[in-house]
Ligand binder design. Sequence first.
Ligand SMILES: CCCCCCCCCCCCCCCC(=O)OC(CO)CO
Length: 313
Amino acid sequence: MSIGKPGLHNVIISKFNTYLAGLQKRSLSIDANGTSMFSYCEKGKKIHGQPTIVFIHGLSSNKETWLPIVKNIPDDYHCITVDLPAHGETVGMKEEFYTIDKFVEKLKLFFDKMNLVKPMFIIGASMGGAVVSMFAIKYPNYVSLICLLAPPADEKCETARIKQLRQGNYEVLLPETTEQLSDMIRSLTIKPIWLPELFLNGFLHLRLPLLEEHTNVLRSLLEYDYPYLDQRYQELKQISCPTLILWGREDQLFTVDGAHYFSQLIPKSEAIIFDDCGHFMAIDKPVEVADSIVTFLNHHCSRQVNRVYSHEI
Ligand SMILES: CCCCCCCCCCCCCCCC(=O)OC(CO)CO
């Protein structure tokens, strides 16, 4: 039986899920000759005076990983998920080496081209959380709220998996075989999920062209950012916007103590810890994460639009 290219099923499933979640995929050129392009998905329209919710993924991840959360955000919120440079379908922004600060500058380019300034509610998971927190310090005028989902924390929160990474065992986060991939997913989630070989193969096949670049990203971050993490994070004391910190109690990448670490550093912060939840919060707690985001937003930004609920019609 011919099953086609191993990534095809995943492409079809991912496109279908994007459509079901009400998102539209678009691309945005950031140079004159169109060689550098951000790929992003959008749901809803920008409403003047209402915050756009922007989602920033983690290492070797992509905009599609936010779908389980975004589909649980009501349709009258403007949502954007974007592929970072060297990730997903964003093209033409590869670097010799990477730092959190380089991602911050690229994100600024994206927001400027999109004409997205204040008010934005920027949400980042894991490595994306480090990017979002540093962005909020450098460009406070772009940000009215931020949310950090288990960002890289200090050495007290280091787990065996981070120690393995520091010893150069990158397959912990950058798997190359179906076994390593299912190991990674199982260790970073609590929910039992069905992982058919077809899906695992498809994932690896699709990610293959980016694997070398992601290895470069991970190596760079461990070399240029991780040693100065505690020192750099002291800057978090300057964050002036309300900040929501979300963590899974069973996180096996950065322990849940990270929630405390970040709430102590960020002045106007609120932390929520989810039971029965690992590092991939979009898999373990999609409804709860979406609800926390919406509640936090509504609490801090009063909405002028009269919302009409179907049961009132
Ligand atoms: C400017 C100061 C900030 C210092 C930030 C230091 C970065 C340390 C790198 C350590 C290892 C990076 C782990 C990222 C994990 C991740 O993103 O997980 C994905 C799945 O791979 C979830 O979506």
